[in-house]
Design a protein around this ligand. Structure first.
Ligand SMILES: [Zn+2]
Length: 438
């Protein structure tokens, strides 16, 4: 006669009882808020060699411990079986416009008639698609501040589904410059250093986590200045100093070389797009420690939109030129050792297809391991959140994804994310088995 099952069952009951008792007496995590994940392979930290079979123990929204092999989950805890999958930290996209859907080629009238309520609901749908694609954190670099902070805060409260959002609010821009829009005296538009300090403080007062400004013209704006510098050096310095004084990092939209140089000299933390980088700017990147967020997947999308007639002829001409040189210059920047963080410009292109950028980074000469770093720990470092996210370690947010096979061997696996957990809450489950306690 085999007594083992009885003994195991009894042990399980005792275990549950003792966990509950501990939770009551010592203020520890109740069993129902504990998850055990069996990971077939586990990438703890991008850039390191993945581990074989491992168990991740999650308490509430945080990772509590990692163990070699498959630990039996105690009774009463949630068990998630990813024992046939490759498990890794959630992905981070550093360049998103979460409230926007530029890829939909809507008429200008439809855009201008939108209210903040429209934007919040659009952002909500975009946020869910982004999270389901495996991106558990995004940096939003240009959205109406009241709407995007409402969305950010609702996600953080668990009211709605989406990635963790860090937002710049509106792009600080000069009158008639890229990002200024048509509005008179809008809060994010500034002229002169003092006025730019005011614009930065206004976005911070309204809840911005970081600051973004437009140093040069943009591909999608119609201004005749093309992609060259639009903001004076003293205005850029005023923006950077004010933001840093308030503990905010600064991202600069910059295409033309003089604009990139001026922004780097002003002390920005990242250059967005950076189409016309060269050997000189690349040296400056390394000297200042700034990051490049190249958003290599966006020119193709805008080119397709422009050729379909959804963008003006001026935009079509600009983007044709830009698309040709962007990939070449980004490859040179990577060769020169410029730090690169992953970003897509989702919002100008489709949301939920963020992983398309990986292929572009590989074409530009990055290894798959480095591209995964760019979308995890490196992105978190630029965000200033490397102590909280982007690796599978004790005390970090339980932001965890799984794919069917190693993305280090085949990066396209990241286009087919099967499992998504953000802060301990499961948002997507394919090909996995989850056993909830009875
Ligand atoms: Zn953008």
């Amino acid at each position: 006669m085999n007594l083992k099952p009885v003994a195991l069952a009894a042990a399980a009951v005792i275990c549950t009882l003792s966990l509950t008792a501990q939770a009551q007496t010592q203020g520890q995590t109740p069993a129902e808020q504990i998850s055990y994940i069996h990971a077939g392979a586990l990438l703890v930290h991008a850039g390191e060699k993945p581990r074989k079979a491992a168990t991740i123990v999650i308490h509430g929204d945080k990772i509590d411990s990692i163990h070699e092999g498959f630990l039996n989950p105690p009774s009463g805890v949630r068990f998630i079986d990813l024992s046939k999958q490759f498990v890794m930290p959630g992905l981070i996209d550093m360049h998103v416009h979460i409230l926007h859907d530029g890829d939909k080629m809507r008429s200008p009238e439809e855009h201008s008639s939108r209210t903040s309520a429209d934007y919040v609901l659009l952002g909500l749908a975009n946020a869910r698609r982004t999270l389901e694609a495996g991106f558990t954190t995004i940096r939003d670099v240009g959205s109406e501040i009241r709407s995007v902070t409402a969305l950010r805060d609702a996600i953080n409260k668990g009211l709605v589904e989406g990635p963790t959002i860090y937002t710049s609010g509106r792009v600080i821009a000069v009158t008639a410059g890229h990002g200024a829009g048509n509005a008179d005296a809008a809060e994010h538009v500034c002229d002169g250093a003092d006025d730019c300090r005011r614009a930065v403080r206004t976005q911070i007062a309204l809840g911005a986590d970081l600051i973004k400004f437009a140093a040069t013209g943009g591909v999608t704006s119609d201004a005749a200045t093309g992609l060259t510098q639009q903001m004076f050096a003293d205005e850029m310095r005023a923006i950077v100093e004010t933001a840093h004084m308030f503990g905010r990092k600064v991202a600069a939209h910059a295409h033309g070389k003089q604009g990139i140089k001026a922004a780097l000299e002003a002390g920005v933390d990242s250059i967005e797009h950076g189409i016309y980088t060269d050997a000189e700017t690349n040296l400056l990147f390394k000297r200042t420690g700034a990051w490049l967020v190249p958003t290599l997947c966006v020119p193709d999308s805008v080119l397709a939109q422009a050729r379909a007639g959804a963008r003006s002829p001026v935009v079509l001409a600009k983007v044709e030129e830009a698309a040709a040189v962007h990939a070449k210059n980004a490859a040179a920047a990577i060769r020169d050792g410029v730090k690169v963080a992953f970003g897509t410009d989702a919002g100008v292109r489709e949301h939920g297809k963020n992983a398309d950028e990986f292929n572009h980074l590989l074409k530009a000469g990055m290894s798959s391991a480095d591209a995964i770093r760019a979308a995890t720990i490196d992105a978190a470092t630029l965000l200033g959140k490397a102590d909280r996210i982007a690796t599978i370690e004790k005390g970090k947010d339980a932001d965890i994804i799984a794919v069917a096979a190693s993305p280090i061997a085949d990066i396209s696996e990241l286009e087919r994310v099967e499992f998504v957990m953000r802060r301990g809450v499961v948002h997507k489950m394919q090909g996995t088995r989850q056993v909830f306690p009875q």
